[in-house]
Design a protein around this ligand. Structure first.
Ligand code: SF4
Length: 301
């Protein structure tokens, strides 16, 4: 007996439903990112009334997402602030210089493309086979900060996200023996610039999905042919494996970065352990204690 097959749903209707589901997911994602960026701005006092914010745009997914979300928040923000997108064209070979201006003009946002051939400098100075990124980033930072100072920007916004903050924490822990990450807000070493990271609470995979949904015209950062630093690669692999085995672990670590307990660590510069339980008597220092160390006799050896 022939069993009649169920009639397939007409294609246009199936597509419409899939589209609707896709739009619903994309809206949820956009809302979550707006919420996280808004919360980071509020928690760290990143933007105030009258701020002139230089939004550093590299052409990567993170900086596109940052600009996009800041523009959305600007519409409804309780304060007035200015946003200017700034890109540094570092003269890497095959850099598609037309992409960013075309995109920014389509948004109608104020922008500036700076040009400085840091690529040649890095190629000349860094020995063959070594990673270029560290010097490249330092030169880029120098050029962007100089522009910010010349133009009177009150804030510099960078597109680092939650996963960058966690990765930096482990790089510092494993390779520099210190507990420290990239703060969501910081004063530059020369005290002239306030740097903000509005994506500090945003997950990298959310940003990647958002970049796809918004079809940002991504420009790869490896046009220079440089390899990512090996230590960073190692940390990323570790974080990916953790997240796969124990979903949510990276979020837990990120939350821990905002819940530091100096009295439960061992840094006397952060917590006055000397004063703890002190009874007011003289507290001898390490030299005094060591000077009193008994001599080891031959029989002890
Ligand atoms: S990948 Fe190339 S352009 Fe990107 S930071 Fe490294 S050296 Fe610079």
């Amino acid at each position: 007996m022939n069993i009649p097959l169920p009639l397939a749903e007409p294609l246009p209707r199936a597509h419409a439903r899939a589209d609707k589901r896709g739009t619903h997911e994309a809206n949820k994602l956009a809302k979550r990112l707006r919420h996280q960026v808004g919360r980071a701005i509020a928690d760290f006092g990143m933007i105030e009334d009258g701020d002139k914010v230089m939004v550093c745009l590299s052409g990567g997914k993170d900086s596109y997402a940052m600009l996009d979300i800041l523009l959305q928040l600007q519409q409804k923000a309780p304060v007035k602030f200015e946003l200017v997108a700034v890109n540094l064209d570092q003269k890497q070979p095959d850099f598609p210089a037309h992409i960013l201006p075309a995109y920014l003009e389509s948004l109608g946002v104020a922008y500036k493309i700076l040009e400085q051939d840091t690529y040649s400098v890095v190629k000349r100075v860094v020995p063959e086979g070594k990673t270029l990124c560290s010097l490249c980033s330092r030169l880029r930072r120098g050029a962007l900060y100089a522009h910010a100072e010349a133009q009177g920007f009150t804030k510099i916004a960078l597109g680092h996200h939650r996963d960058d903050l966690v990765a930096t924490f482990f790089l510092n822990l494993f390779f520099h023996a210190k507990l420290g990450s990239m703060p969501p807000k910081l004063l530059s070493d020369d005290g002239k610039h306030v740097v903000i990271r509005p994506l500090a609470y945003a997950r990298e995979d959310d940003i990647a999905a958002y970049a796809v949904a918004k079809q940002f015209p991504i420009i790869p950062c490896n046009l220079c042919g440089s390899q990512e630093n090996l230590q960073r690669k190692q940390v990323k692999r570790m974080m990916d494996a953790w997240e796969k085995e124990t979903p949510g672990r990276i979020e837990t670590i990120a939350r821990a970065l905002g819940d530091v307990r100096p009295a439960q660590l061992s840094d006397p510069r952060l917590f006055d352990f000397l004063a703890l339980g002190a009874r007011g008597g003289e507290v001898p220092d390490a030299h005094a204690w060591l000077a009193g160390e008994p001599h080891t006799s031959d029989t002890d050896a």
